[in-house]
Design a protein around this ligand. Structure first.
Ligand SMILES: Cc1cc2nc3c(=O)[nH]c(=O)nc-3n(C[C@H](O)[C@H](O)[C@H](O)COP(=O)(O)OP(=O)(O)OC[C@H]3O[C@@H](n4cnc5c(N)ncnc54)[C@H](O)[C@@H]3O)c2cc1C
Length: 521
């Protein structure tokens, strides 16, 4: 993926695109893959960097959602379990199986959760990841040596999927590009244009780097802007009735000693009636999340103090080595793009449906909102089916159930720090072999090498230090202080690749350091 080449392919185009997608998160990227692989001319425009919104800030689970089963939403869970299986088949380098243990401290918990998780297994059917089973107290402690021991009776083990969200996103965009789509970051849509018949017929985007405005024709415009969906709908019609509700969730990142091992903990009932996870991720421990209603969308939401206390308090109930504020290496916050229900009897955002909604405004703007990362492929299929009808496009069948995702590689070695790159790991290693300077690790706390920075600029359209440290690698999310230490080296490597001067380098380091300061307490 090369930004200059992407801009040239927009400039060179004389015909309208079949489909223009606004938004470069999971939803937009999935649609770009689906549309391009059906043979439609496709353009995706992202206002910031790909994944700057919610899609880099999830709990990193590819799951059916045990919680939704408890709410009785069987079809949502079944659909998501099916998508979980399809995603692992098409991206084995990015999705892996994690054992989860529900620790039991009361006599009734073992049969209760044991039966619930058996139903979860049954709903997965042929897409199952592994069978759930009851564990004795000893087996539970074998898997989770740091679990609080007093009162522990045993546990239930089940399996779910885990991934690196920002990395899957980049690989989806690369898949879309491999299929002929044009994808562009730092290109906000600033206008949605309408023809003499009143119907949407294109967009105006602005290239943030050059300042140029680009008018682009489209047979169908798809709004996949997540929490910003209403703002985007207003570009086509200022009088729309809003449909989005925002709620935020925080995650605390701790070092790996808090879990010690490859097994995650699932707490099915916190004091506020939610579930909480403690999950091993990139040799760290991620604990979360919360569900706090907020007024509206923003790119860098901040955690509320009571959210931090709540997650720490709940974790302390289960861990023998209780985490303190000082142990937190990074705090990241994401905003759920939830769709308001017309007959809303829901009083809390956690009770709002996680199903997706496809909505068409009178202007003909097609909006897709809600859903989950796990179900992005199914959401994309549904959206493109609607786009075909709306834009009278050729009726071509969806092929993404069988489409391998960029970097596809079987039997990846999870001990290898580059494993999430799949088949792209080898060219990165080659860079490091050819120039020992690029083989050097940038900080002792994180196994990230200089070659990854160069690769991110050359092949993954990274334009800023933040793009590299927050999303092409996950340094900011894993350890914000280590990421800050890495910033000068990353800026220098990027300046060389992008032909930037010392003023740019200094400004990038300052900007990133200010951002990273918000990820520590
Ligand atoms: C705390 C939390 C935990 C979660 N955990 C999980 C999980 O473990 N598993 C799971 O399956 N799901 C999870 N989810 C849900 C999942 O992360 C979201 O459903 C998904 O990421 C939403 O993607 P999106 O593309 O719709 O939105 P976003 O990722 O926010 O993307 C929208 C994009 O549109 C862009 N945009 C906005 N306006 C414009 C414009 N004018 N021009 C161009 N671009 C524009 C934005 O910059 C943004 O990048 C979680 C969500 C949260 C909040």
């Amino acid at each position: 993926m090369n930004r200059e080449a992407m801009i040239a392919s927009i400039d060179d185009r004389r015909e309208p695109f079949d489909i223009v997608v606004i938004g470069g998160g999971a939803t937009g990227a999935g649609i770009a893959v689906d549309a391009a692989s059906r043979g439609f001319s496709t353009l995706l425009l992202e206002r910031m960097d790909f994944g700057k919104g919610t899609s880099s800030r999830s709990t990193k689970l590819v799951h059916g959602g045990v919680r939704y089963l408890e709410q009785g939403n069987v079809s949502l869970v079944m659909g998501a379990l099916r998508e979980r299986g399809i995603l692992r088949r098409n991206a084995p380098h990015l999705v892996h199986d994690v054992p989860f243990v529900v620790p039991n401290y009361s006599w009734w918990e073992t049969p209760f959760y044991g039966i619930g998780l058996k139903i979860y297994d049954l709903l997965a059917g042929q897409y199952g990841f592994g069978k759930s089973r009851l564990l004795s107290r000893e087996e539970t402690l074998d898997r989770l040596p740091n679990l609080r021991q007093d009162g522990l009776r045993g546990g239930v083990i089940y399996h779910d999927g885990q991934f690196d969200d920002a990395r899957l996103l980049i690989h989806l965009l690369a898949t879309a590009a491999d299929q002929g789509a044009t994808v562009l970051n730092y290109a906000p849509v600033v206008e949605i244009t309408r023809g003499s018949d009143g119907f949407v017929n294109g967009v105006v985007a602005q290239d943030t780097e050059s300042g140029n405005r680009i008018a682009i024709g489209a047979r169908v415009v798809i709004n996949a802007t997540g929490m910003f969906a209403d703002e985007t709908r207003r570009l086509a019609d200022p009088n729309i009735t809003p449909m989005m509700v925002a709620s935020q969730g925080i995650h605390l990142v701790l070092d790996s000693t808090f879990l010690r091992g490859d097994t995650a903990i699932m707490v099915p009932h916190t004091s506020d009636g939610r579930v909480l996870f403690a999950i091993p991720w990139h040799r760290h421990t991620v604990v979360g999340t919360t569900d706090t209603p907020i007024d509206g969308p923003s790119y860098e939401p901040r955690p509320f103090d009571q959210e931090i206390e709540f997650v720490l308090e709940t974790a302390r109930l289960y861990l023998s080595h209780p985490p303190k504020r000082d142990d937190i290496l990074s705090v990241f916050v994401g905003i759920r793009p939830l769709v308001q229900q017309a007959s809303a009897s829901a009083t809390t955002t956690s009770a709002l449906s996680r199903d997706h909604t496809v909505h068409i405004d009178e202007s003909g703007l097609l909006t897709i909102a809600g859903g989950k990362w796990t179900t992005y492929r199914h959401m994309a299929e549904d959206t493109v089916n609607h786009a075909i009808m709306l834009g009278k496009l050729a009726d071509r069948a969806c092929i993404t159930q069988e489409l391998r995702i960029h970097g596809y590689a079987e039997d990846v070695d999870e001990g290898d720090t580059l494993w999430v790159y799949g088949s792209d790991a080898e060219p990165i290693r080659r860079l490091a072999r050819e120039s020992p300077e690029l083989g050097r690790q940038l900080d002792s706390q994180l196994p990230i090498i200089a070659a990854q920075v160069v690769w991110a600029v050359r092949e993954e359209m990274a334009r800023s230090v933040e793009d590299v440290l927050a999303r092409r690698t996950r340094a900011l999310f894993l350890d914000a202080r280590a990421a800050t230490r890495m910033a000068p080296a990353v800026a220098a490597l990027m300046a060389q690749e992008l032909g930037k001067d010392q003023t740019w380098t200094d400004a990038e380091v300052a900007r990133f350091s200010a951002l990273a300061a918000q990820y520590v307490l």
